[in-house]
Design a protein around this ligand. Structure first.
Ligand code: GLV
Ligand code: MN
Ligand code: MN
Ligand code: MN
Length: 396
């Protein structure tokens, strides 16, 4: 099953994955998911927001146990972030059938659409819509780098965007959601455990910085006469590093757009996206305010106009203690409990339903990169842990 998914959306030069929402690679991943569901005799459906579901038992039954993750990727992402959770879900179901257990609750496997937000800038679009944390109106405003709107992209992929919106009835029928995910740090490597349980997700957000300067000739414009937004941007990147370091937080400018983007022209515009995260809201507020203040100070000094827009924000998530403790009991109580700075659909859904996460060891901690890795034995341990959890929740 892994081998069929592996080539989809893989960029031959970088070796990384480019599986962006509602593109051809995404469609191929979705076809793969549907085929996996049908090959197991599961009831397949796509919900009003384009998320995929594969049901064992009645899709309209109460108190369902749901597991899954996402199949989309960041630009040149790794093989595991997302797919490991989906593949492990199917494998765990196979394992439970092999064990011959009797299911007392409906079980479903999901693929949530557009988790990474690589195309439209907002992460977890599918789960946010379903949980009512993103309105249809706001979703209709989302546009990719080419100006294609989310509804246009959905329509081009053969989905009806008219139906998107909150799905409280669906969520009300779910008793627990468990997402397995490759760890995106080295906590499990340090404790020496193949599998861990999530405690919390750091609050995090994305901010767009537009630095407007004046385009001019790179050879003839005296340094003193320039209004160079690249310079202001560079100072802002350094400020982000400084503020994050002071606070024990993280801040990243990982994406920029430059106009006119010519080697021999001072830019008229530099647009940079800040991603910042911290263990608590107050720290994050301090870091973000510090970066913005430094950027405004530099902009004023350099004759650059700056606007800052918050594009998205996800508050701190503390996973439900009862479910988390239950997972600990099922897995034997020796499993480490760890927090993470990475966002997940589980974090979004935790506002509506009891939610938990399992992490699988990542020996280097590298993620959102083609170098992302988990050892086969650890993946197998993850499947076994997920099967134990599903058995504990759905079969007893
Ligand atoms: C998604 O993986 C994120 O945490 O940005
Ligand atoms: Mn990710
Ligand atoms: Mn992920
Ligand atoms: Mn994520």
């Amino acid at each position: 099953m892994w081998a069929e998914l592996a080539p989809i959306g893989r960029h031959p030069a970088s070796g990384g994955y480019r599986r962006y929402a509602w593109t051809g690679a995404d469609a191929d991943c979705r076809t793969w998911f549907q085929e996996q569901a049908e090959a197991r005799g599961l009831t397949y459906e796509t919900d009003r927001n384009g998320n995929q579901w594969a049901w064992l038992g009645d899709p309209l039954g109460e108190d369902a146990v749901v597991t899954g993750s996402h199949l989309d990727s960041v630009p040149d992402g790794g093989a595991f972030d997302g797919p490991l959770g989906v593949v492990s879900s199917f494998a765990a179901l196979d394992e439970l059938r092999h064990r011959g257990v009797e299911f007392r609750r409906p079980v479903a496997i999901t693929n949530f659409g557009d988790e990474e937000g690589a195309r439209f800038g907002l992460a977890c679009v599918g789960s946010r819509l379903t949980a009512g944390q993103l309105t249809k109106e706001a979703a209709y405003e989302l546009r990719d780098g080419d100006g294609v709107s989310l509804p246009q992209a959905m329509e081009a992929a053969g989905y009806d965007p008219d139906s998107i919106g909150p799905d409280p009835e669906r969520l009300a029928r779910i008793g627990a959601f468990v997402e397995l995910h490759v760890e995106q740090g080295r906590a499990l490597d340090l404790t020496g455990d193949p599998v861990g349980i999530a405690s919390a997700i750091w609050p995090h957000g994305r901010w767009r910085y537009d630095f407007h300067g004046e385009a001019n000739h790179a050879g003839t414009t005296r340094l003193a006469d320039r209004r160079d937004p690249m310079l202001t941007y560079a100072e802002t990147v350094l400020a982000a590093r400084r503020e994050a370091q002071l606070a024990g937080a993280v801040a990243t400018f990982g994406k920029i757009a430059v106009e006119p983007n010519g080697v021999n022209a001072i830019p008229s515009l530099v647009r940079g996206w800040l991603d910042s995260r911290a263990a608590d809201q107050a720290t994050l507020d301090t870091v973000v305010a510090g970066i913005e203040a430094a950027a405004h100070e530099a902009a004023a000094r350099q004759g650059v106009d700056l606007t800052v827009v918050r594009e998205s924000f996800t508050p701190v998530v503390e996973f439900e203690h009862a479910l988390r403790d239950e997972l600990g009991k099922i897995l034997g109580g020796q499993v480490p409990v760890l927090g993470t700075g990475a966002g997940h659909d589980a974090g979004i859904l935790s506002a509506s339903i009891p939610t938990a996460m399992l992490f699988v060891r990542n020996p280097t901690g590298v993620s959102h990169s083609p170098a992302e890795y988990a050892a086969e034995d650890d993946c197998v341990a993850g499947v076994r842990a997920l099967a134990d959890v599903l058995e504990g929740l759905a079969c007893r």
